[in-house]
Design a protein around this ligand. Sequence first.
Ligand code: ATP
Length: 217
Amino acid sequence: MSDNALETEFSDLLFYIKDKLIIGLTGGIGSGKTAASDHFMKLGVDIVDADVIAREIVKPNSKTLSKVAEQFGADILLENGELNRAKLRERIFTNDDDKQALNSIMQPAIRYALLEQLNKARSEYVILSAPLLFENGLEKYCQRVLVVDVPVETQLQRASSRDTVSSNHIQSIIDSQIDRTTRLSKADDVIDNSADLTHLYKQVTQLHNKYLTLAVG
Ligand code: ATP
């Protein structure tokens, strides 16, 4: 489905979010988006997380999971009915048509659930957290974009020790994401997360106060 057709289909949902202050939160793998959004949540802000939604919409017996199984064959499911993520990753890694087919199932479903959750949010402003905010064109729903930034070496070190995977693997994910300079050039606000967590929380609190003021305005 084209982007325009999607927007038409979602026009009701779009109408209701137009008066909300939505802050897009993004950053490369391991930059600290979750650490930052957890702190915004502690301050009472509703978080809509595109990664969480992407997992939720393919729960066993969901409409989206059955579309995926229809496209990729029933053996893309595990015996317990859950999606075999490793197998699906392998398929889309080695085949561009499969990747496109998956995207055309997943992206509209993610977009719909995301807009629904933005609608339900009741805090003064809402954070829309998405690692691929720019890559998937989600910044158009946001009034401002906040980028969590760290040097690539820090991404490699933090993400590989969190996930116990090789830094080569993390590097290949970094290479598939928008580059640091381009991401920063699109930011309205930037959190420098190269220091410790106390430093991160302090910046989150300062931005929270700024966003509250903007929301009232
Ligand atoms: P992903 O894109 O993979 O979801 P993310 O951007 O959400 O990653 P986090 O999971 O928040 O990143 O952080 C990556 C790792 O680095 C985590 O283990 C987190 O606890 C740690 N971390 C985040 N910020 C800091 C910091 N300022 N100092 C030390 N460790 C940090």
